[in-house]
Ligand binder design. Structure first.
Ligand code: GLO
Length: 536
């Protein structure tokens, strides 16, 4: 089914922190194999595995030094084949995380490229001369801090790095670079992957005229992509990303994926025009199927009005496209903490997620309701957090090991010392503990995912009648011969709602859905939902 991704529920695995199988304190591919039956038990359609490729791990795998091999820390290619085989036996698709915008500075391509100005790969990265006064070629900034240009004393030129100094940007204006990256995609498709999560796709191409980004006035800045303390927010990123030539490469990549029925979710980070860019990158049949949206990944707890506004915008600027929603991932504070959610609120937000139009990503541990872990400065691993500490603590707090059992100080993650400490707050929330407790949040996650799968309208249908009444958001999802009314009380105050005209039967009792009375009124308790199917 070439459309398998539409409305899919995707479970994100951060492999360093999922399950260690060899006692070195770092999770690995065989650990994932061991836990695949658990993942299948959640009812998800696919997994997205964060990078496991050969890497010096300066950015924990998002700095790749060999795209076509597994880092020994995570195992080897045979282990990866075992992941694919087991996942497919269990009916789970496998998406891998391709980081094509940049490589590690240890990648042989970069080692060759930086050697001098006339080697075969001299033009594979973004090299530029200094300004006459020796300063960098443009005012572009690295997300991880400082100028995005690094001086190289051998070539007597700067090279571009949108992220760490150790993550030089590939030069997508060089056709050989594009061909080499398409070969990487083919390599993994031939190995059986079902799709890709594509890191930072709007960063691929830079402006070859090297124009400066304009400044953004303070009132137009927002912290959805980078924390407020990061001066990256002070620019409108017109020239270091979002270039029109991105589409040319993405079309080629899609053409490579097409015969495999593979799907891609592209990450598009832009603080000003995120949804509009999502619309552009997912329009039509020849670009990305889905784009990963940041609108629910950052900021304050979403109000009913905010969610409606986001959905309205999608319907306007991305009507022909497809979003992939997430509340949490390996880059942001876990949403339980970010939004200060009670257990009831966490459940309601999950129910809402499975009712949204789009595909959805769940980040490992989210199904346990894990809060952000406190990580002490001396235990920090993330260079981003080290750079901006303590105003921004980086991404380690969402990357601590998965909690499998409660009666083990490493939570069953590893027999060795874990690379990041296990959160003591997570121990009582472990999988084993929750499996044994019928009221635990994990069972709510399973039921909600099953509810989405039971109602095709939720996965692929239209979203109509979006309404906000006080703190209650409601809409109707319309599919083939089925309509589902969904209402969510996004507050701790009770509310009364009225079902739309027509005859509706409330469903989803096991998701704490409120019953409507004979004339279609329903009383919603704090953080309660109302789900109903149209009859006739
Ligand atoms: C988000 C990535 C992030 C990487 C960055 C550089 O943007 O998921 O973890 O650090 O993209 O590759």
């Amino acid at each position: 089914d070439p459309d398998w991704w539409r409305g899919a529920v995707i479970y994100q695995i951060y492999p360093r922190s999922y399950q260690d199988s060899n006692g070195d304190g770092v999770g690995d591919l065989l650990g994932i194999v061991r836990r695949l039956p658990y993942i299948a038990s959640l009812g998800v359609d696919a997994i997205w595995i964060s990078p496991f490729f050969t890497s010096p791990m300066k950015d924990f795998g998002y700095d790749v030094s060999d795209y076509c091999d597994v880092d020994p820390m995570f195992g080897n290619l045979a282990d990866f084949d075992a992941v694919i085989d087991m996942a497919h036996q269990l009916g789970i698709r496998v998406m891998i995380d391709l980081v094509l915008s940049h490589t590690s500075d240890q990648h042989p391509w970069f080692v060759e490229s930086r050697a001098n100005r006339d080697n075969d790969k001299a033009n594979w990265y973004v090299w530029a001369d200094p300004k006459p006064d020796g300063t960098p070629p443009t005012n572009w900034l690295s997300i991880f801090g400082g100028s995005s240009w690094q001086w190289d004393a051998r070539r007597l030129q700067y090279y571009l790095h949108n992220f760490l100094v150790e993550q030089p940007d590939l030069n997508f204006h060089e056709p050989q670079v594009q061909d080499a990256l398409l070969d990487v995609a083919r390599f993994w498709l031939d190995r059986g992957v079902d799709g890709f999560r594509l890191d930072t796709i709007n960063f691929y191409v830079h402006d070859d005229q090297l124009r400066d980004n304009p400044a953004l006035p303070p009132e137009n800045r927002n912290a959805s992509i980078a924390p407020a303390v990061n001066p990256y927010n002070h620019q409108e990123h017109l020239y270091d990303k979002n270039r029109p030539e991105n589409f040319d490469f993405l079309r080629k990549l899609r053409a490579v994926m097409q015969p495999y029925n593979a799907a891609a979710v592209g990450e598009v980070g832009d603080a000003q025009r995120g949804l509009e860019i999502m619309g552009q990158y997912t329009a039509g049949d020849d670009l990305m199927q889905m784009c990963y949206a940041f609108e629910l990944l950052s900021g304050d707890r979403p109000s009913a009005a905010y969610v409606k506004d986001v959905m309205d915008q999608v319907a306007t600027v991305a009507a022909d496209g497809w979003a992939c929603w997430a509340y949490s991932n390996h880059d942001v504070v876990r949403h339980i903490t970010r939004w200060n959610l009670s257990s009831a609120a966490a459940r309601l937000f999950h129910t809402m997620m499975v009712c949204l139009r789009g595909s959805v990503c769940i980040y490992q541990g989210e199904e346990l309701g894990l809060p952000e872990a406190e990580v002490l400065f001396e235990d920090l691993q993330d260079p981003y957090g080290i750079e901006f500490w303590p105003e921004f603590k980086g991404r380690d707090g969402c990357r601590t090991p998965m909690a499998w059992v409660s009666d083990n100080q490493n939570a069953g993650f590893s027999d060795g010392a874990p690379w990041l400490p296990v959160s003591h707050e997570h121990l009582p929330l472990s999988v084993a503990e929750q499996e044994a407790a019928p009221d635990a949040v994990i069972h709510h996650y399973r039921r909600a995912i099953a509810f989405r799968h039971a109602h095709e309208a939720l996965a692929t249908g239209e979203m109509t009648d979006l309404t906000v009444d006080g703190n209650v958001l409601s809409f109707i999802r319309k599919g083939q011969g089925e309509e589902v009314f969904c209402a969510f009380n996004l507050s701790d105050q009770p509310a009364e709602i009225r079902l739309p005209d027509g005859t509706w039967g409330t469903v989803g009792q096991d998701l704490n859905s409120a019953q409507a009375d004979a004339i279609g009124n329903a009383q919603l308790g704090p953080w309660q939902t109302c789900l109903a199917l149209k009859k006739g």
